[in-house]
Design a protein. Structure first.
Length: 346
């Protein structure tokens, strides 16, 4: 929980990792390159005092994770989003199993999400059932650009993905987080294109599709899709750190999201350990859309910030938010900033 100027904020960091980027875990040069690309995002978009050495970045500890999120980072609940990348890393980069062990060591602090890849066929469906039985999955993280042998990616619109989405419905795994953002070396940029979200969200209205990184650099494409599909959400991982390095660009991103999809479908994420929640949360609570942009985008009220920082993700995951940190239902409509009502496209 974060508190400033008498305002309290329940915080859900909806995109965190506990990866293994140690050199000995690299299967090939692609593993080394992937971790290095992550580090470049970290180094170039973080305040100087929060920049780690490359050595720590690849091998931070469980104690670092817990300290940075819960002891100094204001986070009430964090959601692990796995990324396996077993073609690049001997033991995988950030697996459900590795995340789940940390969650078990720290009861009540984490939600462990799973993952699947339709190229794994029937064996993958069985694995998904096993992960669900082990960690009671409420969500999965999908990485459509992941390499698997000769294949350099897949789409949610592929026929092979449908059995997995139906299996999620069957198991009650309702939150489908999908990386649809900037590419990471050596992955194919086009395999992260947001267009397949449109198909999947239309066919499977029972599922929530949380588009991580809000489609950047394809924000406009994402917004046009999300305004038509009420089960599509925008995850702010990667977008958030621009609040420091390029605040007007961040204002444009958040303003477009408020205009197109509204304050109820945007979720906060630090993408830890690329960035730390402490400075992101502090800067976001202090942030306001510049005056010369407010006629188009409106303003960020404390209640809008509450929704984005935690209440929206809490609804997706059925979290019990303390009464003093909630927003009264009868005030929600009146709290919407000017210009932030989502557009409806017939």
């Amino acid at each position: 929980m974060y508190e400033k100027n008498g305002e309290k904020y329940y915080v859900v960091d909806s995109h965190v990792h506990f990866w293994n980027g140690r050199p000995e875990n690299n299967r090939n040069r692609y593993g080394e390159g992937f971790t290095a690309c992550f580090y470049d995002y970290h180094r170039n978009l973080s305040p100087e005092e929060y920049v780690w050495t490359p050595e720590k970045f690849g091998a931070y500890s469980e104690a670092d994770l817990v300290h940075d999120l819960f002891e100094i980072g204001y986070v009430d609940k964090a959601i692990f989003q796995p990324t396996y990348l077993t073609d690049f890393y001997v033991d995988g980069f950030n697996t459900t199993e590795r995340d789940g062990a940390v969650a078990e060591n720290n009861p009540g602090k984490f939600i462990t999400n799973g993952a699947w890849d339709p190229r794994d066929g029937e064996e993958g469906l069985e694995k998904l059932e096993e992960l669900h039985a082990r960690w009671n999955l409420q969500g999965v993280k999908l990485y459509t650009a992941e390499w698997k042998g000769d294949s350099k990616g897949w789409k949610l619109s592929d026929p092979s993905a449908e059995p997995y989405l139906r299996k999620c419905i069957e198991l009650g795994i309702t939150n489908i987080h999908v990386h649809k953002g900037p590419t990471i070396y050596p992955l194919n940029r086009d395999a992260f294109d947001v267009q397949d979200i449109d198909y999947a969200a239309s066919i499977f209205p029972e599922l929530n599709f949380i588009v991580e990184h809000v489609g950047l650099p394809r924000l406009e494409d994402f917004c046009w899709i999300a305004t038509q599909e009420s089960n599509v959400y925008g995850g702010l991982a990667v977008a958030m750190p621009f609040i420091h390095s390029r605040p007007r660009y961040f204002a444009q991103i958040i303003g477009e999201l408020l205009y197109w999809i509204g304050e109820d479908r945007i979720t906060f994420a630090s993408d830890y350990a690329i960035w730390q929640p402490k400075w992101l949360i502090e800067k976001f609570v202090d942030f306001q859309i510049p005056e010369d942009m407010q006629s188009e985008y409106g303003v960020l009220t404390p209640d809008v910030k509450r929704k984005i920082l935690g209440l929206n993700a809490a609804k997706l995951y059925g979290l019990d938010v303390p009464a003093e940190l909630r927003i009264a239902e009868d005030t929600e409509d009146s709290d919407k900033p000017v210009g932030a009502s989502p557009v409806q496209v017939a």
